[in-house]
Ligand binder design. Sequence first.
Ligand code: CA
Length: 500
Amino acid sequence: MINIVTNHKIKFALALILCLVSFGQAQTKKPNILVILCDDLGYNDVGFNGSTDIITPEIDKLAKGGTTFTSAYVGHTFCGPSRAALLTGRYTQEIGTPYNLRDDGRATPSGVPVKETFMSTMLHDAGYYTSVIGKWHLGDNPEFRPNNRGFDDFYGFLGGGHKYFPEKYQPYYEKQKAAGAYPINVYFTPLLHNDKEVKETEYITDAFSREAVRVIKESSAKKKPFFMYLAYNAPHVPLEAKEEDLKIFENIKDKDRRTYAAMVYAVDRGVGEIVKTLKATNQFDNTLIVFLSDNGGNFDHGANNYPLKGTKGDTFEGGFRVPMFFHWPNQVAAGAQFDHPVTALDLYPTFAHLAKTKLPKGKKVNGLNIWNDLAANTSPHKNEMIYALRYREGYCDVAARKEDWKITRMGNEPWQLFNITNDMGEHKDLAGQFPERVKEMVAETKEWTKSHITPLWFYSQADAEYWASGRLPNYDDTFEIEKLRMSPIEYQESLEQKKE
Ligand code: CA
């Protein structure tokens, strides 16, 4: 282990030297920025993070040529709020978007508030050609749609997920439509190019890669840099993969895992095509590629977050710590590993820096520009917590990390404390050993919740009722720590009492 760490450090130092040398050749052009976001991809589901059964050669090549992040967090433990956080640079509770938008096909007037300027608008105003491909999930009323949120080109779907085979979803949709059905499940609706319905013919992961290639080619003809937000819905359910990809993973016995692996492999194939196109259009050397997942893998649907504990939705690490790398030849250290904690909220101010632009007027962000820390291998969040908070049924799951330490409260159980640097799998609760540290971190986290506002929508009637009851906005006993040492019997009794 020590050898590996030392080896990484040497590699980092060498890469850093190369990097600094190249900084000498002042980088004057604004880089292209390509964000590749996977959906529900687990921490251990790419080769560069240790997967042995899923192979991702193209993604790994990029990761190896760039810097991988071992402690990258996203703004929320599931889809919609995590994406809202990424594109606005804000904690989702602070802008009223901590719930997924319902996507049963009923018209909804809700979406991420337009006064929260997306990074796409900032980059568009800074002279970028902007595109989003894939899953949106941030509002489907006209004012919330991609073309009104700073994106020149949109190819994808507006809901929270989609079926993968057009030959299967299109006939179903057409039949429903002909019968006058309402609502029609959004997983079956036609893909959109800007506001126009399209008749897709390819497996949609391949379609999204194809469209990314198209936009990269189109962008190269423009005299401006591009920003592309490529939000694959793979490997989010439904688990549907191409036969040719399934064949590659015949050795995986578990059917869900096999299908999931094949879906990730389809993304990898797309990444290969994208890299080829960037090179062919002479843009590879001037493109920052950021690869990450929107939340942890769901282990009910084939994902693997090892060595992290927990699954999508949890405030254990497995819920919101994700695989991530930055790649940019001569600008981002190659073959390096960055272990300091960072968050997807950092992307907004970091991109502003790279695009040589200021944050939009009046814009508040919760993240930091990490560029200099990345180059120096120093911690950007030395004095700041990175949070995750999820509203459950009348209580909250919460996590807060600062440097080596993390507190979490899951499932209304007592607060736990981990030295997350030494114990990334959260096996050894140290709360009893360091009660003062727990108290301080809980108090700081509670202070943060004062910035939270009433959600602009709720996912369910029950969520709305929990909020209205006052138990969520006041966080009831979430932040009490005196009761944190309840015995299992006491805990059961307290649950019974709550039911009464
Ligand atoms: Ca997701």
